[in-house]
Design a protein. Sequence first.
Length: 220
Amino acid sequence: MTFLQLQTEVGDLLNMTIDANSTVTLTQSKRELNTARDLVFNKLLSLGQNYNVRLAKADLVAGQELYGLPTDCRKVTRVEIGFEVSTNRFKVDRMDTNAEGDPTYTTYVQSDPKYMIRGDNIEINPTPTAAVTDGLWLWYIEDLTDMSGDTDTTELPLDYDSLLSFYAAAKGSYKLGLHNEGNNYMALFRAGLEDMETQIIERNIDGNDMIIVVDEFGGL
């Protein structure tokens, strides 16, 4: 669903034309739609759904342990390092920064590397000893940019973008003093989030267990 379609749907729910001069302005409608999308996206991430995953590569520098994260990085999902060549990489496990210095982690080896997030940087241990082109591979969830153009899309999966209009309509109803209507729309939004959670959980669960009965023939 495009941004323009969402705005039109909000107007239909409020039974009014939304423009710059209306009580519920176009600016407010756009803001609330983007806020709703962030809420839905946060819910998806809390359920372990890695949507908008991107791959970034960086060159390793000898003696350098800190590397900047992509500016649009929302969450790191996987890190791999090739200490000698980029085609021979090891998966890097994340380590709590508080664990560094603990006797268990005093020694780092290239065959079992670790990484830590320090602000906007990722710290690699052991420190690379050679320069390797594309030696660092980082998969991350890209942060969503606000929708602004009429043709922009929500980038949400499985038609969950239909929830955004309920949230924006709820906020618009409150602005109009229609609190009961606002509560109803907000209830629909929250119910939609719960349905989305249930659908995702059920989708990720394997099929029901099977009981196999084996008949013994011939007996012992």
